[in-house]
Ligand binder design. Structure first.
Ligand code: ADP
Ligand code: ZN
Length: 221
């Protein structure tokens, strides 16, 4: 079972994927998280990727596809988050899966209006120590600016500045919309309203993934 989670920045892909991975036996693979780790460790890929990420642009397909391919393990049910983000990446993913006799079973599009996205992203904070996520308005830490779990000082992502967010949204419309159509043409796209309480979104997504899982097992044998 291979599932893709699509949606604009701030649509809740990361939060939802983390909530669902354990529950449904997926491995959550987020290209944005891998890239941020590479940037933090100042690797060659990280240094190159940083130039694009801080402007809200996409990291070139070739780098992303090499990176994904190096992380891909056999016999793992992946929940892909933030990837594929261009049609070329979608084609590349299909090719990587095809050699393993696999294919994408379902692609879910989390739909959230732009105005909501901007509000969500502008309050976003995360813990560099343990990865916990917070929001200034909707999910504040007990002590302002400090992680409840590990006491580390919270940070905003450098690409969550308003002008960069605007660019990320534009890039999403221009370059990621074709990915949505790519899966739609194959009859694999399911739309889910991402503008409802997180636990409702999780429940809806779980139902969609369970249904797709049932179908893919029938095909497999
Ligand atoms: P969001 O979905 O909120 O924009 P991500 O963590 O998925 O956040 O991505 C952050 C940044 O990392 C993107 O703006 C882009 O520069 C880069 N990135 C992540 N995934 C990809 C990808 N699949 N292709 C190209 N760039 C990517
Ligand atoms: Zn923490």
């Amino acid at each position: 079972m291979q599932a893709v989670l699509l949606g604009p920045p701030g649509s809740g892909k990361g939060t939802q994927a983390a909530a669902l991975a354990d529950r449904l036996g997926f491995q959550h693979l987020a290209t944005g998280d891998i890239l941020r780790e590479e940037v933090k460790n100042k690797t060659k890929l990280g240094m190159e990727a940083k130039k694009f990420m801080e402007k809200g642009e996409l990291v070139p397909d070739k780098l992303i596809l090499e990176m994904v391919s190096s992380h891909l393990k056999p016999d793992v049910a992946y929940l892909w988050d933030g990837f594929p983000r261009t049609e070329e990446q979608a084609v590349g993913l299909d090719a990587m899966l095809a050699v393993r006799n696999l294919s994408v079973d379902v692609a879910v599009l989390l739909e959230v209006p732009d105005a909501i996205i901007i509000r969500r992203i502008s309050g976003r904070l995360s813990c560099p120590g343990c990865g916990a996520n917070y929001h200034r308005e909707t999910l504040p830490s007990k002590k302002e600016g400090v992680c409840d779990r590990c006491g580390t000082r919270l940070e905003a992502r450098t690409d969550d500045r308003p002008e960069v967010v605007a660019r990320r949204l534009a890039v999403y419309r221009e370059q990621t919309s074709p990915v949505m159509r790519y899966y739609e043409k194959q009859g694999k796209l399911v739309r889910v309203n991402g503008d409802q309480p997180p636990e409702n979104v999780t429940a809806k997504l779980a139902a969609v993934f369970e249904a797709a899982k049932g179908k893919s097992q029938k095909v497999d044998g």
